[in-house]
Design a protein around this ligand. Structure first.
Ligand SMILES: [Zn+2]
Length: 276
């Protein structure tokens, strides 16, 4: 789907959670060259559909595939794109070891590592890399200043809030990244799932507010009584479906870790949490 003259949003693939939209990749077309942002899943069917679409668009050559973060619904198809498009692969160095499996080594593929301030010139358009750690610790958001368009991937979605798993992300960094994205004042945010966010400043404000409310909620609960993660989950995510419960607990662990770093809460030996 062409979302603006130079940007195609490609939404292909299935997510494990019923009703959650497929991952988005983006084809950005400059006057001289094109860039893919994210690759979608590693799936032959998805790859075939994606490739047919890219070929049908007849755009300037795709020189790079930029991966916003390590998750397989966004980075899984990169090797096949490399093979078919002969495009260089690029990601943040903190994501690289999670993406670069044995398959890449045997195919002789090396990633370009990119971070804040790196630029890709596409002729009439420039892609600037913004570090937005949080959802994962090496998450990046490509930004096109000429279009005031930010590709925030899973860091900002219009359809959902973002899960931050404590073993791969950092909630404190995520909150800082939301404020950093606010400071850019983008006209539009292209998301990892679902339609573009056309009211980015309001959405970023909502997401920051949501995070703060969750922290306050957790502190209020622990002020009443010490609690395990299971009990916190029952109290904070009432009626959540079984498949999503594990994600909710991951989120609670991330909040607890952030609050522990700030000295607000502590854990005893039985994994019971209390106010510090
Ligand atoms: Zn993700």
């Amino acid at each position: 789907m062409k979302v603006e003259p130079a940007v195609h949003q490609i939404s292909i693939g299935r997510e494990p959670f019923t009703g959650f939209p497929p991952p988005n990749s983006f084809l950005v077309c400059g006057s001289q060259s094109s860039v893919m942002i994210d690759s979608g899943w590693e799936s032959e069917n998805d790859h075939y559909a994606r490739l047919q679409l890219i070929k049908s668009l007849n755009v300037p050559p795709v020189n790079h595939v930029i991966l916003t973060h390590r998750h397989p619904d966004h980075a899984g198809g990169a090797l096949r794109l490399y093979e078919e498009l002969n495009a260089n692969l690029a990601c943040h160095h903190l994501e690289r070891s999670s993406i670069e499996s044995e398959r890449y080594v045997s195919a002789g593929v090396t990633f370009e590592t990119i971070s804040e301030g790196d630029r890709f010139e596409l002729g009439n358009l420039t892609i600037e890399i913004i570090d937005t750690p949080g959802h994962t610790i090496g998450c990046i958001a490509p930004y096109i200043p000429e279009l005031s368009a930010l590709f925030a991937s899973d860091s900002v979605m219009g359809i959902s809030t973002t899960v931050v798993r404590s073993n791969e992300g950092d909630l404190g960094e995520y909150e800082k990244s939301l404020r950093k994205m606010q400071s850019i004042r983008p006209r539009i945010i292209y998301s990892g799932h679902g339609p573009p966010v056309t009211n980015p400043m309001a959405r970023l404000e909502f997401l920051i507010d949501h995070r703060l409310k969750r922290e306050h909620e957790l502190i209020n609960l622990l002020s009443i009584s010490e609690m395990s993660i299971d009990r916190l989950c029952e109290a904070m995510y009432k009626g959540i479906s079984k498949p999503r419960e594990a994600l909710a607990k991951e989120q609670i662990i991330s909040i607890l870790r952030k609050l522990k770093n700030e000295g607000a809460v502590k854990e005893d030996h039985g994994a019971i949490w209390q106010i510090n």
